[in-house]
Design a protein around this ligand. Structure first.
Ligand SMILES: Cc1cc2nc3c(=O)[nH]c(=O)nc-3n(C[C@H](O)[C@H](O)[C@H](O)COP(=O)(O)OP(=O)(O)OC[C@H]3O[C@@H](n4cnc5c(N)ncnc54)[C@H](O)[C@@H]3O)c2cc1C
Length: 240
């Protein structure tokens, strides 16, 4: 197990099997389950985390946001950040989930996320990049500011090296030291409609429920058909 801080709020964890055998394959966008039993908790807990890296046959990566603070601190996200250390052994459930690139078209792919909702999008983006696809890919991400923004440089590098990939970044509340974002304020798809309202495009999105409801409504308003809308809720499934 390896551990890498990605931003003030998000840390990645890398897992390799202790027996050295190959890991179960997965589709970019899917998630794994992790069992943990914090000392202060009566129960063993399970949580799901999207795999944030594309498949490589050897390891899984998850990227976890610290949820809440003080009285409202999330049990497992804080336990992972504060207590789980490099070299620890944890029990995982194999990858699953029906949120992955499952459309059959070489048309544009629009990957949209807010906050830690970017984890499945990152796996999809990395997977598409490795396949050297030429289809247009637009990666739209919204987060508070550069302090909590994870993987910004990684995506900038990918976009610089691949003419078919573009990143569009919204910072809700940029500080004086923020740079690299394209818009200040929450994600507003109308501002970038000329870039993402594309014939045959498929839209994948993940983030807080309110964000996803607005994204879905906006896309529907533009006439995007249901079969081109794909989304994941980080919790029990909800219709938006
Ligand atoms: C398919 C799927 C994929 C996911 N992928 C990711 C991912 O890639 N990265 C990621 O970070 N998360 C992901 N999640 C979310 C993750 O599974 C956990 O739900 C998240 O880490 C919170 O777990 P926790 O144990 O820290 O919080 P819990 O202890 O379960 O608490 C849940 C929420 O309640 C809040 N809370 C706790 N106590 C109070 C209180 N007294 N009053 C008000 N609020 C309170 C916490 O702050 C937290 O936000 C995913 C979930 C699903 C279902």
């Amino acid at each position: 197990m390896d551990k890498v801080k990605e931003s003030d709020l998000i840390t990645s964890f890398y897992f390799e099997p202790v027996d050295g055998l190959p890991i179960a394959d997965f589709q970019p966008g899917q998630y794994i389950g992790i069992y943990l039993h914090p000392e202060h908790s009566e129960h063993r807990c399970i949580r799901q985390y999207s795999l944030s890296e594309a498949p490589n046959g050897k390891s899984y990566r998850i990227s976890v946001k610290r949820e809440g603070k003080g009285e409202t601190r999330g049990t497992i996200s804080h336990y992972l950040h504060d207590n789980v250390q490099v070299g620890d052994v944890v029990e995982l459930c194999p990858p699953s989930g029906d949120f992955y690139l499952n459309h059959r078209s070489d048309g544009p792919v629009v990957l949209m996320s807010a906050g830690v909702g970017q984890t499945p999008m990152l796996s999809m983006l990395n997977g598409l990049t490795r396949k050297k696809t030429e289809q247009p890919i637009i990666f739209v991400h919204g987060t508070m500011n550069s302090r909590v923004h994870a993987f910004g440089q990684h995506i900038r590098d990918i976009a610089e090296k691949n003419d078919n990939i573009e990143q569009i970044l919204f910072y809700d509340e940029p500080t004086d030291t923020c740079s690299g974002h394209h818009y200040a304020g929450r994600t507003d798809l109308e501002l970038i409609r000329d870039k993402i309202d594309l014939p045959e495009a498929h839209y994948y999105f993940c983030g807080p429920l309110g964000y996803m409801a607005i994204v879905k409504k906006t896309l529907q308003g533009w006439g995007v058909t249901e079969d081109r809308l794909h989304y994941e809720v980080f919790g029990p499934h909800k219709d938006l």
